[in-house]
Design a protein around this ligand. Structure first.
Ligand SMILES: Cc1cc2nc3c(=O)[nH]c(=O)nc-3n(C[C@H](O)[C@H](O)[C@H](O)COP(=O)(O)OP(=O)(O)OC[C@H]3O[C@@H](n4cnc5c(N)ncnc54)[C@H](O)[C@@H]3O)c2cc1C
Length: 520
């Protein structure tokens, strides 16, 4: 696309990359001569901007943690779906929720265009999973997607890729035969009984025996769903997902426009009227320090450091951040948290003022700057009461880790979004249409990668509970980054907190039990 044509389209860059810029131990004052000398220069120079705090930390600023001036029975750190659902499960209790951004939702956050919601991250739930159950409890009914996914490749639309579609794939005969053989071989495998063994191996060990196009397909499906290409994917995760697709597991997908942001949006609507004062946005937690049978949680808000003393803390932040906030972590646990790898993951939304594509929900497009795209209002499109005003398509464009810094620069983000648009316009001839707006939502570390060993080993070492600190969030679960796992672990976290507050035994055992790997 020429520059002049691109200039007519509005490009909007949104979203924080600060979650990829963690609070460091430099925040924690060391009571030695060096830190005492630096006291005068250590007054927080925070502009109230999340980037600023992170950058100051990275640049080695030291903050003095003040003594506690407030108390709460439970502090919940992080207001993504894990933190919000924990708050929901703890309704009526004395909790305080602290969120770094000026909005709640984390990776499950919806935005709107002209009143039409669309996803900036998390896409769909499965009928009956913990996310779906919570949705219906708070009054949302998630309709089924009700259609298997096509693949759009070599200018061809192939419906139902892995069932009736395989033989229609526009590849040479031997490549199609290799797709068929891959499916046949996976369907014959006993995957669940071999969970531990397979989780230690890379998925590429299996895919490399087939035509490169088979690996190429999984090298878009993997990054979109679990942040990693086949060499970096646990074979267990790759194979059970393949098996699930081949046996119709995708028939259970359910969602509303807004993706899983519809759940966080509704949770905020449900909680805020009663708990507004307990839900603080723009509040970046910099330390959670065990302190004489309590935990001192310090956060920065409007340039001011405040410490709250809590009886129990639920950490609902990604582990790479958690490892830098929580004090007195056993060394091995800190290492396990930092070993968790995260994919940089922008999502681009193309907004068309006329129908361009309404043919299938999730569309796989090998060989492009994006992996797949979804139709935002797919599940409501046929409702008699609904009329599509704009055709909003959400493009998933996970990056390799080495390209994370692309997201720090607005111009680079616009270039990336423009590449998504120009790639899309070439997928099928009828896609050569200009949108009225292009939005890119960037996130630096949103999705933990399902690398070999993450599910059965590293995750468990990383999420071991402390006496008064529970480690929740999606990356305490798995085998992939799932909203349902974030919700499940918050349910357990709420029970854990209740036991701690009541001084009853069994909290640690409860938390550990919830970490046990489960064969799907
Ligand atoms: C592009 C994309 C697509 C996805 N698609 C799906 C899908 O289709 N289905 C599905 O089930 N899952 C999907 N996922 C995964 C899903 O989004 C996550 O598993 C889920 O949203 C994670 O919720 P969470 O609360 O555990 O973590 P997060 O959403 O990461 O929330 C953590 C929160 O903590 C805040 N925070 C960070 N540091 C601090 C601090 N120092 N102080 C205070 N707050 C802090 C962050 O701002 C954030 O709001 C997708 C993820 C991405 C990125």
């Amino acid at each position: 696309m020429s520059h002049s044509r691109r200039d007519f389209i509005r490009f909007v860059v949104a979203g924080s990359v600060a979650s990829g810029c963690p609070v460091d131990t430099a925040l924690i004052p060391v009571p030695d001569a060096e830190s005492t000398n630096s006291k005068t220069s250590s007054a927080p120079q925070v502009e109230g901007e999340h980037f600023e705090i992170c950058h100051q930390v990275r640049d080695g600023h030291h903050f003095d943690l003040p003594a506690a001036t407030a108390k709460a029975d439970i502090v919940i750190v992080g207001g993504g779906v894990a933190g919000l659902s924990a708050a929901y499960f703890l309704r009526g209790k004395d909790w305080l929720l602290l969120e770094k951004e000026n909005h709640f939702g984390g990776n499950a956050y919806q935005e709107e265009f002209d009143g039409q919601p669309f996803a900036t991250g998390s896409a769909y739930a499965y009928r009956g999973d913990e996310g779906d159950q919570l949705a219906s409890e708070i009054g949302l009914k998630l309709p089924l997607v009700n259609m298997p996914d096509p693949t759009l490749v070599n200018k061809t639309y192939v419906p139902d890729t892995w069932k009736t579609g395989i033989t229609q794939l526009p590849y040479p005969k031997e490549v199609v035969a290799s797709f068929l053989k891959f499916r046949e071989d996976v369907l014959k495998m006993k995957i669940n009984p071999r969970m531990a063994e397979l989780d230690a191996l890379p998925f590429s060990k299996f895919t490399s025996a087939y035509a490169p196009e088979v690996g190429q397909w999984w090298d878009i499906f993997g990054p979109s769903n679990w942040g990693a290409t086949t060499p970096d994917t646990s074979a267990y995760v790759g194979l059970y997902n393949a098996n699930d697709l081949f046996t119709g597991g995708d028939g259970k997908r359910a969602i509303l426009p807004g993706g899983l942001g519809c759940i966080t949006h509704k949770l905020v609507e449900v909680l805020q009227p009663q708990y507004k004062d307990r839900m603080l946005g723009d509040a970046t937690v910099v330390a959670a320090a065990p302190d004489n049978g309590a935990v001192a949680v310090t956060y920065i808000r409007e340039g001011k450091l405040t410490t709250v003393s809590a009886k129990a803390v639920l950490m609902c932040t990604p582990k790479h951040i958690t490892s830098r906030i929580v004090q007195d972590l056993p060394a091995e646990q800190r290492t396990a948290m930092r070993r968790t790898r995260f994919a940089p993951y922008p999502v681009v939304n193309l907004i068309f003022d006329k129908p361009v594509y309404n043919r299938a929900y999730d569309n796989w497009c090998p060989g492009n700057s994006f992996t797949d795209f979804i139709v935002a209002d797919w599940t409501v499109r046929n409702d008699p009461a609904y009329k599509q005003k704009n055709n909003i398509l959400s493009f998933y464009a996970p990056l390799r880790e080495e390209f994370r810094s692309t997201l720090l620069d607005e111009a680079d983000c616009k270039t990336l979004a423009a590449r998504v648009l120009s790639d899309f316009q070439k997928v099928l001839p009828e896609f050569n249409v200009d949108p009225i707006e292009v939005r890119i939502y960037r996130r630096g570390h949103p999705m933990f990668m399902s690398t070999p060993g993450q599910y059965t080993k590293n995750r468990i070492a990383a999420a071991h509970p402390m006496d008064r600190i529970y480690f929740g969030g999606n990356d305490s679960g798995g085998p992939e980054s799932l909203t349902s796992e974030a919700v499940r672990l918050s349910q357990v976290g709420a029970e854990w907190a209740n036991l701690i507050l009541a001084g009853k035994p069994g909290a640690k055992e409860l938390a550990l039990k919830a970490l046990a790997p489960v064969a799907d």
